[in-house]
Design a protein. Structure first.
Length: 453
């Protein structure tokens, strides 16, 4: 999924309100000083009448000028969709048929969950031409969000008064998870790691390789991989390239329980898990495997049956884009029962959860004995960097010593429970949040190359 094109919405401004500018207020205040100076010579009233009459004439003339401007054509141009935490450029343009120069100030009603580097944008508009201004936004929440109207203030040539208008520019924009690693997978960054070229490998129990393509022999290749028919046809040595069997089943378990709602700066644990799950799914789909999704909290919140190809990746992205953490405890039993009902064939089950969720280990371990007879279980957990930072701190006070002891106890308990899962036959990937996507992809490739599924 890419955002190669840009979308735009256009509307004519309407409404009419008038606002004095700071320049007008400054000149108005200056009139008090002029009147005071006139009082010294006994002509305060005359000075006030002349000064404020002149100010009123200029202001009225400017108001008439602004009224003749009429309505402006406003356009907002942006990417067709946004990605969480990424910088996106918004173009605002205005066009006028007025035969003169104007100054415009625009304010866009962006969604409340977005951050922007600009509040109001001002630019000049030459006669009978259009002007453009830009600003950046940073989406902080996935899902569907609405842009509102654009408010504009038109300032005349003398800058004494402004005309206020509004353009109806309501527009819905969808914010997807960060798809950077998905694009890397689809771009072929990891493709060579799943091709077994020129090196002889002993076929183990359950291992299944299939032919991929032929390439030219290079020094260091094992002669047992030489394709003699291709060598004769090409008149130069050629070797077979093997790859792991395709068409196998991969099921993604996505924890949407309470602990996944913890926020680390911009993103929640669920946001990071979704990014990793999509990268994992993209890697599996690229290799021809079938991928499905079971998202759950204390219930099944989303289920995407297994499928393959680009259309399945789009379905997974759409399904995960709207998921939110629920303030309930996760029930892994519910997800396992759903798996047992809908997946009869052996599958790689990748469970994306939070490292702090220690309570799930016992519940999951109870069912491992049954599950591992049919499925290969991979648990992808995220470390909490804040806990390690707390351990690395030097304790200066008694409270610091107590806090450090508590954190160390939590880390030991977490390590023991994850080790218990490993003893039960679960493959455990435990990495910092920032390494989740790449580590998940490399783990999938390793499992495929070892033919564990």
């Amino acid at each position: 999924m890419t955002s190669s094109g840009r979308s735009s919405v256009q509307s004519q401004s309407h409404g009419s309100g008038w606002l004095p500018t700071s320049r007008f207020l400054g000149w108005f205040a200056l009139g008090v000083a002029v009147t005071g100076a006139g009082a010294i010579f006994g002509i305060a009233f005359l000075c006030a009448i002349l000064y404020y009459s002149g100010l009123m004439v200029v202001t009225t003339r400017e108001a008439l000028t602004l009224r003749s401007v009429g309505h402006l054509m406003i356009t907002r141009e942006s990417d067709p969709f946004f990605e969480l935490g990424e910088e996106h450029l918004i173009h605002l343009s205005a066009k006028s048929n007025y035969d003169g120069n104007l100054t415009l100030t625009l304010k866009d009603d962006i969604p409340t969950s977005f951050h922007t580097n600009e509040g109001e944008i001002s630019f000049s508009l030459s006669k009978r031409r259009s002007g453009t201004a830009t600003y950046y936004i940073y989406p902080n929440q996935r899902g569907l969000h609405r842009f509102g109207n654009i408010h504009l203030r038109i300032t005349g040539p003398w800058g004494f008064i402004q005309r206020q208008q509004r353009a109806d520019m309501a527009e819905d924009k969808r914010v997807y998870p960060l798809l950077k690693e998905v694009r890397r997978v689809r771009g072929g960054v990891y493709r060579k790691r799943t091709d077994i070229e020129g090196t002889y490998r002993r076929k183990g129990i359950g291992q299944s390789l299939e032919y991929s393509h032929i390439r030219e022999y290079v020094q260091g290749d094992d002669p047992r991989w030489i394709n003699w028919k291709a060598t004769a046809r090409l008149n130069k040595p050629a070797v077979n390239v093997q790859r792991p069997e395709q068409g196998q089943h991969v099921v993604i378990f996505l924890d949407c329980g309470r602990v996944m709602g913890a926020r680390d700066r911009v993103k929640t644990r669920l946001d990071l898990a979704i990014e990793g799950a999509l990268a994992f799914a993209a890697a599996a789909l690229t290799r021809g495997d079938q991928v499905g999704l079971i998202a759950f909290s204390n219930r099944i919140t989303s289920w995407v049956p297994s499928g393959k190809g680009d259309s399945q990746l789009k379905r997974l992205i759409e399904a995960m884009a709207g998921l939110e953490a629920e303030y309930v405890e996760s029930a892994y039993r519910v997800a396992m029962e759903h798996l047992a009902t809908h997946y009869k064939r052996r599958a790689l089950v990748a469970v994306f959860t939070d490292a702090g969720n220690l309570t799930f280990a016992e519940e999951l371990a109870q069912q491992i004995t049954v599950l591992r007879r049919r499925h290969l279980i991979l648990t992808v957990t995220m470390q909490d960097p804040r806990l390690q930072q707390e351990i690395d701190k030097y304790p200066h006070q008694e409270d610091d010593v107590f806090r450090k002891a508590v954190v160390e106890g939590m880390m030991i308990e977490r390590h023991e429970r994850l080790h218990h899962l490993r003893r039960q036959g679960v493959i455990v990937l435990d990495v910092p949040p920032g390494q989740l996507s790449t580590s998940a992809i490399h783990t999938y490739i390793d499992l495929k190359n070892r033919s564990l599924l």
